[in-house]
Design a protein around this ligand. Structure first.
Ligand code: NAI
Ligand code: 13P
Length: 351
Protein backbone atom coordinates (compact mmCIF):
# COMPACT_ATOMS: atom_id res chain seq x y z
CA UNK A 1 0.00 0.00 0.00
CA UNK A 2 2.10 2.95 -1.22
CA UNK A 3 1.43 6.60 -0.53
CA UNK A 4 0.64 8.48 -3.71
CA UNK A 5 2.27 11.69 -2.48
CA UNK A 6 4.76 13.44 -4.76
CA UNK A 7 6.22 16.90 -4.30
CA UNK A 8 3.61 18.10 -6.84
CA UNK A 9 0.72 16.70 -4.78
CA UNK A 10 -0.57 19.21 -2.26
CA UNK A 11 -0.42 18.41 1.44
CA UNK A 12 -3.43 19.38 3.56
CA UNK A 13 -3.67 21.02 6.98
CA UNK A 14 -7.03 21.40 8.75
CA UNK A 15 -7.19 24.24 11.28
CA UNK A 16 -5.79 27.71 10.68
CA UNK A 17 -4.86 28.38 14.29
CA UNK A 18 -1.48 28.86 15.85
CA UNK A 19 -0.16 25.32 15.41
CA UNK A 20 -1.96 24.56 12.11
CA UNK A 21 -0.20 27.62 10.67
CA UNK A 22 3.18 26.57 12.09
CA UNK A 23 2.79 23.06 10.63
CA UNK A 24 1.75 24.54 7.26
CA UNK A 25 4.85 26.73 7.24
CA UNK A 26 7.15 23.75 7.84
CA UNK A 27 5.39 21.71 5.17
CA UNK A 28 5.62 24.61 2.73
CA UNK A 29 9.42 24.58 2.91
CA UNK A 30 9.58 21.16 1.24
CA UNK A 31 6.31 20.98 -0.62
CA UNK A 32 5.30 23.20 -3.50
CA UNK A 33 1.64 23.28 -2.47
CA UNK A 34 0.09 23.22 1.00
CA UNK A 35 -3.68 23.60 1.36
CA UNK A 36 -4.58 25.16 4.71
CA UNK A 37 -8.26 24.82 5.60
CA UNK A 38 -9.94 27.64 7.54
CA UNK A 39 -13.61 27.41 8.43
CA UNK A 40 -15.06 30.56 6.90
CA UNK A 41 -14.75 32.48 3.64
CA UNK A 42 -14.19 35.65 5.69
CA UNK A 43 -11.21 34.13 7.46
CA UNK A 44 -9.77 32.92 4.14
CA UNK A 45 -10.14 36.44 2.70
CA UNK A 46 -8.49 38.03 5.75
CA UNK A 47 -5.55 35.61 5.66
CA UNK A 48 -5.09 36.07 1.92
CA UNK A 49 -5.17 39.85 2.23
CA UNK A 50 -2.49 39.96 4.94
CA UNK A 51 -0.68 36.65 4.22
CA UNK A 52 -0.72 36.26 8.00
CA UNK A 53 -2.56 33.70 10.09
CA UNK A 54 -2.86 33.51 13.89
CA UNK A 55 -0.11 36.12 14.12
CA UNK A 56 2.29 34.10 11.93
CA UNK A 57 3.40 35.10 8.41
CA UNK A 58 2.50 32.39 5.93
CA UNK A 59 4.76 30.88 3.27
CA UNK A 60 4.07 31.58 -0.43
CA UNK A 61 3.45 27.87 -1.04
CA UNK A 62 0.38 27.93 1.24
CA UNK A 63 -3.05 28.21 -0.35
CA UNK A 64 -5.83 28.95 2.14
CA UNK A 65 -9.25 27.47 1.45
CA UNK A 66 -12.58 26.89 3.16
CA UNK A 67 -13.46 23.99 0.85
CA UNK A 68 -13.03 20.66 2.68
CA UNK A 69 -13.97 18.64 -0.40
CA UNK A 70 -11.14 20.32 -2.31
CA UNK A 71 -8.68 19.46 0.48
CA UNK A 72 -9.86 15.84 0.69
CA UNK A 73 -9.80 15.30 -3.06
CA UNK A 74 -6.49 17.09 -3.73
CA UNK A 75 -4.37 15.75 -0.86
CA UNK A 76 -3.30 12.23 0.03
CA UNK A 77 -1.76 13.32 3.31
CA UNK A 78 -3.64 15.60 5.70
CA UNK A 79 -2.59 17.05 9.06
CA UNK A 80 -5.67 17.84 11.21
CA UNK A 81 -4.73 20.40 13.89
CA UNK A 82 -7.94 21.61 15.52
CA UNK A 83 -8.73 21.71 19.26
CA UNK A 84 -9.90 18.39 20.71
CA UNK A 85 -13.33 19.85 21.53
CA UNK A 86 -13.96 20.40 17.80
CA UNK A 87 -12.07 17.42 16.42
CA UNK A 88 -14.92 14.90 16.10
CA UNK A 89 -17.27 17.37 14.41
CA UNK A 90 -14.45 18.38 12.04
CA UNK A 91 -13.87 14.68 11.22
CA UNK A 92 -17.58 14.16 10.52
CA UNK A 93 -17.43 17.00 7.96
CA UNK A 94 -14.17 15.77 6.41
CA UNK A 95 -14.99 12.03 6.36
CA UNK A 96 -17.13 12.06 3.17
CA UNK A 97 -14.04 13.22 1.25
CA UNK A 98 -11.64 10.69 2.76
CA UNK A 99 -10.74 7.29 1.28
CA UNK A 100 -8.67 4.40 2.63
CA UNK A 101 -5.62 5.65 0.66
CA UNK A 102 -5.45 8.84 2.75
CA UNK A 103 -2.88 9.28 5.52
CA UNK A 104 -3.87 11.49 8.48
CA UNK A 105 -1.28 12.74 10.98
CA UNK A 106 -2.87 14.90 13.67
CA UNK A 107 -1.22 17.44 15.99
CA UNK A 108 -3.94 17.78 18.63
CA UNK A 109 -3.05 17.41 22.32
CA UNK A 110 -6.37 16.71 24.03
CA UNK A 111 -9.07 14.08 24.56
CA UNK A 112 -12.48 13.59 22.95
CA UNK A 113 -15.34 12.71 25.31
CA UNK A 114 -17.51 10.20 23.52
CA UNK A 115 -20.43 10.22 25.94
CA UNK A 116 -23.16 12.58 27.05
CA UNK A 117 -22.04 13.96 30.44
CA UNK A 118 -25.57 13.39 31.80
CA UNK A 119 -25.06 9.65 31.42
CA UNK A 120 -22.06 9.69 33.79
CA UNK A 121 -22.92 8.91 37.42
CA UNK A 122 -21.75 6.71 40.29
CA UNK A 123 -23.10 3.58 38.62
CA UNK A 124 -21.49 4.50 35.30
CA UNK A 125 -18.36 6.53 36.06
CA UNK A 126 -16.18 8.00 33.35
CA UNK A 127 -13.86 5.31 31.98
CA UNK A 128 -11.36 4.78 29.17
CA UNK A 129 -14.17 3.57 26.89
CA UNK A 130 -15.74 7.05 27.04
CA UNK A 131 -12.50 8.85 26.27
CA UNK A 132 -10.79 8.87 22.89
CA UNK A 133 -7.46 10.08 21.59
CA UNK A 134 -7.62 11.83 18.23
CA UNK A 135 -6.21 8.84 16.31
CA UNK A 136 -9.13 6.84 17.71
CA UNK A 137 -11.59 9.53 16.61
CA UNK A 138 -10.13 9.53 13.09
CA UNK A 139 -10.56 5.76 12.84
CA UNK A 140 -14.10 5.86 14.25
CA UNK A 141 -15.29 8.64 11.98
CA UNK A 142 -13.62 7.80 8.63
CA UNK A 143 -12.39 5.02 6.37
CA UNK A 144 -8.77 6.06 6.96
CA UNK A 145 -6.52 3.29 8.27
CA UNK A 146 -3.05 4.84 8.17
CA UNK A 147 -3.19 7.26 11.06
CA UNK A 148 -0.47 8.99 13.05
CA UNK A 149 0.22 11.90 15.34
CA UNK A 150 2.97 14.42 15.79
CA UNK A 151 3.97 15.47 19.27
CA UNK A 152 7.00 17.04 20.89
CA UNK A 153 8.32 20.35 22.18
CA UNK A 154 6.78 22.38 19.37
CA UNK A 155 5.79 25.83 20.61
CA UNK A 156 4.12 27.22 17.50
CA UNK A 157 5.61 30.71 17.76
CA UNK A 158 9.17 29.36 17.77
CA UNK A 159 8.49 27.08 14.81
CA UNK A 160 7.05 29.87 12.71
CA UNK A 161 10.07 32.00 13.70
CA UNK A 162 12.24 29.23 12.18
CA UNK A 163 13.98 28.33 15.42
CA UNK A 164 15.39 24.77 15.60
CA UNK A 165 13.15 22.02 16.98
CA UNK A 166 12.19 18.37 16.62
CA UNK A 167 9.04 16.31 16.84
CA UNK A 168 7.96 12.68 17.06
CA UNK A 169 5.76 11.21 14.36
CA UNK A 170 4.03 8.18 15.87
CA UNK A 171 2.03 5.55 14.04
CA UNK A 172 1.51 1.80 13.98
CA UNK A 173 2.54 2.04 10.31
CA UNK A 174 6.22 2.63 9.47
CA UNK A 175 5.06 4.09 6.18
CA UNK A 176 3.19 6.87 7.98
CA UNK A 177 6.33 7.73 9.96
CA UNK A 178 8.37 7.77 6.73
CA UNK A 179 5.85 9.97 4.95
CA UNK A 180 5.74 12.35 7.93
CA UNK A 181 9.55 12.51 7.96
CA UNK A 182 9.74 13.17 4.21
CA UNK A 183 7.16 15.93 4.31
CA UNK A 184 8.28 17.73 7.48
CA UNK A 185 12.00 17.25 7.97
CA UNK A 186 14.34 20.11 7.16
CA UNK A 187 17.76 21.21 8.39
CA UNK A 188 16.36 22.75 11.57
CA UNK A 189 13.34 20.51 12.17
CA UNK A 190 14.18 16.90 13.07
CA UNK A 191 11.66 14.07 13.03
CA UNK A 192 11.89 11.04 15.32
CA UNK A 193 9.64 8.02 14.79
CA UNK A 194 7.70 5.85 17.20
CA UNK A 195 5.26 2.96 16.83
CA UNK A 196 3.71 3.73 20.24
CA UNK A 197 0.88 5.86 18.90
CA UNK A 198 -1.25 5.92 22.06
CA UNK A 199 1.76 6.46 24.32
CA UNK A 200 2.95 9.47 22.29
CA UNK A 201 -0.57 10.92 22.08
CA UNK A 202 -0.91 10.57 25.87
CA UNK A 203 2.40 12.39 26.42
CA UNK A 204 1.17 15.45 24.51
CA UNK A 205 -2.16 15.42 26.30
CA UNK A 206 -0.98 14.83 29.87
CA UNK A 207 1.94 17.26 29.93
CA UNK A 208 -0.59 20.10 29.61
CA UNK A 209 -1.79 19.38 33.16
CA UNK A 210 1.71 19.75 34.53
CA UNK A 211 2.30 22.89 32.44
CA UNK A 212 -0.74 24.53 34.09
CA UNK A 213 0.73 23.65 37.50
CA UNK A 214 4.22 24.88 36.54
CA UNK A 215 2.62 28.16 35.52
CA UNK A 216 1.13 28.51 39.01
CA UNK A 217 4.60 28.08 40.53
CA UNK A 218 6.01 30.78 38.23
CA UNK A 219 3.05 33.03 39.09
CA UNK A 220 3.65 32.59 42.82
CA UNK A 221 7.40 33.10 42.31
CA UNK A 222 8.19 29.95 44.29
CA UNK A 223 11.51 29.52 42.47
CA UNK A 224 13.21 27.07 40.16
CA UNK A 225 13.82 24.40 42.83
CA UNK A 226 10.10 24.19 43.51
CA UNK A 227 9.33 24.09 39.81
CA UNK A 228 11.81 21.29 39.17
CA UNK A 229 10.33 19.35 42.10
CA UNK A 230 6.84 19.85 40.69
CA UNK A 231 7.75 18.91 37.12
CA UNK A 232 9.62 15.76 38.11
CA UNK A 233 6.73 14.61 40.33
CA UNK A 234 4.46 15.60 37.45
CA UNK A 235 6.33 13.28 35.11
CA UNK A 236 5.81 10.39 37.54
CA UNK A 237 2.10 11.22 37.71
CA UNK A 238 1.90 11.35 33.89
CA UNK A 239 3.38 7.85 33.72
CA UNK A 240 0.97 6.44 36.31
CA UNK A 241 -2.02 7.89 34.46
CA UNK A 242 -0.60 6.96 31.07
CA UNK A 243 -0.16 3.33 32.10
CA UNK A 244 -3.75 3.17 33.39
CA UNK A 245 -4.95 4.49 30.01
CA UNK A 246 -2.97 2.06 27.86
CA UNK A 247 0.42 3.77 27.39
CA UNK A 248 3.82 2.56 28.54
CA UNK A 249 6.53 4.31 30.53
CA UNK A 250 9.10 4.54 27.71
CA UNK A 251 7.07 7.05 25.69
CA UNK A 252 7.10 9.47 28.62
CA UNK A 253 10.90 9.54 28.63
CA UNK A 254 10.98 10.55 24.95
CA UNK A 255 11.09 13.94 23.25
CA UNK A 256 7.28 13.88 23.20
CA UNK A 257 7.17 13.18 26.93
CA UNK A 258 9.85 14.78 29.04
CA UNK A 259 10.92 17.01 26.11
CA UNK A 260 7.51 18.58 25.59
CA UNK A 261 6.94 18.69 29.34
CA UNK A 262 10.03 20.88 29.76
CA UNK A 263 9.29 23.21 26.82
CA UNK A 264 5.73 23.78 27.93
CA UNK A 265 6.39 24.03 31.66
CA UNK A 266 9.08 26.68 31.26
CA UNK A 267 7.63 28.97 28.61
CA UNK A 268 5.41 32.00 28.55
CA UNK A 269 4.62 30.96 24.96
CA UNK A 270 2.63 28.01 26.35
CA UNK A 271 -1.07 28.74 26.79
CA UNK A 272 -1.33 26.10 29.52
CA UNK A 273 1.58 27.59 31.46
CA UNK A 274 -0.06 31.00 31.00
CA UNK A 275 -3.34 29.73 32.47
CA UNK A 276 -1.51 28.60 35.61
CA UNK A 277 0.46 31.82 35.83
CA UNK A 278 -2.70 33.90 35.64
CA UNK A 279 -4.51 31.70 38.18
CA UNK A 280 -1.65 32.36 40.60
CA UNK A 281 -1.99 36.09 40.02
CA UNK A 282 -5.61 35.91 41.20
CA UNK A 283 -7.71 35.65 38.04
CA UNK A 284 -10.47 33.02 37.95
CA UNK A 285 -10.47 30.26 35.38
CA UNK A 286 -13.61 31.73 33.79
CA UNK A 287 -11.96 35.13 33.36
CA UNK A 288 -8.85 33.56 31.88
CA UNK A 289 -10.69 31.35 29.39
CA UNK A 290 -13.01 34.18 28.35
CA UNK A 291 -10.05 36.41 27.50
CA UNK A 292 -7.89 33.80 25.71
CA UNK A 293 -8.06 33.69 21.93
CA UNK A 294 -6.30 30.35 21.70
CA UNK A 295 -7.08 26.99 23.21
CA UNK A 296 -5.45 25.73 26.45
CA UNK A 297 -6.27 22.01 26.34
CA UNK A 298 -5.01 21.36 29.88
CA UNK A 299 -8.10 22.74 31.60
CA UNK A 300 -10.42 20.17 30.01
CA UNK A 301 -7.80 17.46 30.48
CA UNK A 302 -7.57 18.17 34.23
CA UNK A 303 -11.32 17.55 34.54
CA UNK A 304 -11.20 14.32 32.55
CA UNK A 305 -8.11 12.88 34.27
CA UNK A 306 -9.45 13.82 37.71
CA UNK A 307 -12.50 11.66 37.01
CA UNK A 308 -10.60 8.80 35.36
CA UNK A 309 -8.14 8.68 38.27
CA UNK A 310 -11.03 8.10 40.65
CA UNK A 311 -12.51 5.40 38.41
CA UNK A 312 -9.21 3.53 38.20
CA UNK A 313 -7.92 4.28 41.68
CA UNK A 314 -4.75 5.95 40.36
CA UNK A 315 -3.07 8.38 42.78
CA UNK A 316 -2.90 11.73 40.99
CA UNK A 317 -2.30 14.35 43.70
CA UNK A 318 -1.21 17.05 41.24
CA UNK A 319 -4.20 16.65 38.94
CA UNK A 320 -6.63 16.40 41.87
CA UNK A 321 -5.20 19.50 43.51
CA UNK A 322 -5.28 21.53 40.28
CA UNK A 323 -8.86 20.38 39.80
CA UNK A 324 -9.76 21.76 43.21
CA UNK A 325 -8.11 25.07 42.28
CA UNK A 326 -10.06 25.27 39.03
CA UNK A 327 -13.28 24.46 40.90
CA UNK A 328 -12.41 27.25 43.39
CA UNK A 329 -12.28 24.79 46.32
CA UNK A 330 -8.68 25.79 47.05
CA UNK A 331 -6.45 28.77 46.35
CA UNK A 332 -3.22 28.32 44.41
CA UNK A 333 -1.26 29.01 47.60
CA UNK A 334 -3.21 26.37 49.53
CA UNK A 335 -2.67 23.92 46.67
CA UNK A 336 1.11 24.21 46.87
CA UNK A 337 1.15 24.02 50.67
CA UNK A 338 -0.97 20.85 50.40
CA UNK A 339 1.30 19.28 47.77
CA UNK A 340 4.38 19.93 49.93
CA UNK A 341 2.78 17.80 52.67
CA UNK A 342 1.61 15.02 50.33
CA UNK A 343 3.18 11.62 51.15
CA UNK A 344 4.66 10.76 47.76
CA UNK A 345 5.83 7.21 47.29
CA UNK A 346 9.31 6.00 46.27
CA UNK A 347 11.13 8.56 44.17
CA UNK A 348 11.42 6.38 41.06
CA UNK A 349 8.74 3.73 40.70
CA UNK A 350 7.74 4.15 37.09
CA UNK A 351 10.16 2.19 34.93
N1 NAI B 1 0.08 26.26 19.62
C1 NAI B 1 1.02 25.38 19.90
O1 NAI B 1 2.16 25.75 20.23
C2 NAI B 1 0.73 23.92 19.78
C3 NAI B 1 -0.57 23.44 19.79
N2 NAI B 1 -0.78 22.08 19.69
C4 NAI B 1 -2.13 21.54 19.72
O2 NAI B 1 -2.78 21.85 18.49
C5 NAI B 1 -4.18 21.97 18.71
C6 NAI B 1 -4.65 23.29 18.12
O3 NAI B 1 -3.96 24.30 18.81
P1 NAI B 1 -3.73 25.76 18.22
O4 NAI B 1 -3.60 25.75 16.75
O5 NAI B 1 -2.62 26.32 18.99
O6 NAI B 1 -5.11 26.41 18.65
P2 NAI B 1 -5.73 27.81 18.27
O7 NAI B 1 -6.71 28.12 19.32
O8 NAI B 1 -4.65 28.78 17.93
O9 NAI B 1 -6.48 27.52 16.89
C7 NAI B 1 -7.43 26.54 16.70
C8 NAI B 1 -7.96 26.73 15.28
O10 NAI B 1 -8.79 25.64 14.95
C9 NAI B 1 -9.87 26.16 14.21
N3 NAI B 1 -10.98 25.22 14.25
C10 NAI B 1 -11.76 24.90 15.31
N4 NAI B 1 -12.69 24.01 14.92
C11 NAI B 1 -12.47 23.75 13.62
C12 NAI B 1 -13.11 22.93 12.66
N5 NAI B 1 -14.17 22.17 12.98
N6 NAI B 1 -12.64 22.92 11.40
C13 NAI B 1 -11.58 23.68 11.06
N7 NAI B 1 -10.94 24.49 11.92
C14 NAI B 1 -11.39 24.52 13.18
C15 NAI B 1 -10.19 27.49 14.88
O11 NAI B 1 -10.96 28.32 14.05
C16 NAI B 1 -8.79 28.01 15.14
O12 NAI B 1 -8.33 28.75 14.01
C17 NAI B 1 -4.39 21.87 20.22
O13 NAI B 1 -4.82 20.58 20.54
C18 NAI B 1 -3.01 22.12 20.80
O14 NAI B 1 -2.81 21.46 22.03
C19 NAI B 1 0.24 21.21 19.57
C20 NAI B 1 1.54 21.64 19.54
C21 NAI B 1 1.89 23.04 19.66
O1 13P C 1 2.14 21.70 23.12
C1 13P C 1 2.72 22.74 22.98
C2 13P C 1 4.15 22.83 22.68
O2 13P C 1 4.69 21.59 22.41
C3 13P C 1 1.98 24.02 23.15
O3 13P C 1 1.54 24.10 24.43
P1 13P C 1 0.33 25.06 24.80
O4 13P C 1 -0.90 24.45 24.20
O5 13P C 1 0.35 25.10 26.27
O6 13P C 1 0.63 26.41 24.18
Amino acid sequence: MGSKNTSETPVGVIGAGSFGTAVSNILAEKNKRVLLYARSAEKVATINASRECAGHKIHDHIEVTNDLEYVGQSCNVIFPVVPSANFRSMMKELAPYLRPYHILIHGTKGFDLNIDRKKIDEQNPLSREHVRTMSEVIKEESSVVRVGCLAGPNLAREISDKKPAATVVASHFDEVIRVGQNLLRNDRFLIYGSNDLIGIELCGILKNIIAVGAGTIAGLELGENAKALFISRGLVEMVHIGKALGGNAQAFLSLAGVGDLMATSYSNLSRNFTVGNRLAKGETIDEIIASMEEVAEGVKTIEIINELAQTYGVRCPITETLHRVIKKEMTVNEAHRYLMKFPFRAEIDIV
